[in-house]
Design a protein. Sequence first.
Length: 269
Amino acid sequence: ELPPSEFMQVADSTWLVLSVVSNGREPPGCQATGVTKIARSVIAPLAEHHVSVLMLSTYQTDFILVRERDLPVVIHTLAGEFDIYKEESGECVPVTSDDVSNGFLKPKPSASPMLHPVQSPQTRFCVLTVAPDTLPAIATMLIDVLFYSHSPPWDAATGSQDLDSITFFSFSLIEGYISIVMDAETQKRFPSDLLLTSSTGELWRMVRIGGQPLGFDECGIVAQIAEPLAAADISAYYISTFNFDHALVPEEGIAEVIQLLQQRQESGR
């Protein structure tokens, strides 16, 4: 319904949302959470089968977006590990690989995916939620932060923003649940009694993936970050955007994360 505009870019693919639901049999706190929790079972297999994914972590859960045309490959890849359902008229209907096998061709092996540069700004971030009925109380502040906040200075010499203090603000409203990511300084502008965070109130540091806009045709970008963090049982909150990917990790673990990713870069050369 949005009118065409020279200022709006739209990807040519239609995407479908996958939500991964745990069976609840594993005790809480025994392993990493977020994107790293599904790194081995979902993200790595899809990367191996050359499926490009967009990742969206929220305060409540994690979502994986895949292109609609890749759905047959996705189902064939994940059917051995998961029970897969599709939503039809509000009901969950089981899906098997036989339902989408017509014309399915197993992807051919290809070269290892490109390893993209990673950068870690000094900014500290908060992952928050807010009750929908209290949203009007902070609506004006949200609009101000979303549309009128100043961006970091642009460095003409390098053609990039100053990553020591990156501007990043994420707001998602999914099925009535609100999830917000903002830097710790911006959080101080909001009423503290309306923003809810985990009981530990932990702060997060960011790893930004990509030295230039990534596009949507390449696979393995999420896996580049998720796999080494999963091996080290480090939780990560991951947000794919039109231009870059962003992984948030607990502040106390950022040094280990940078070391792990540097080792991955060196081993991939």
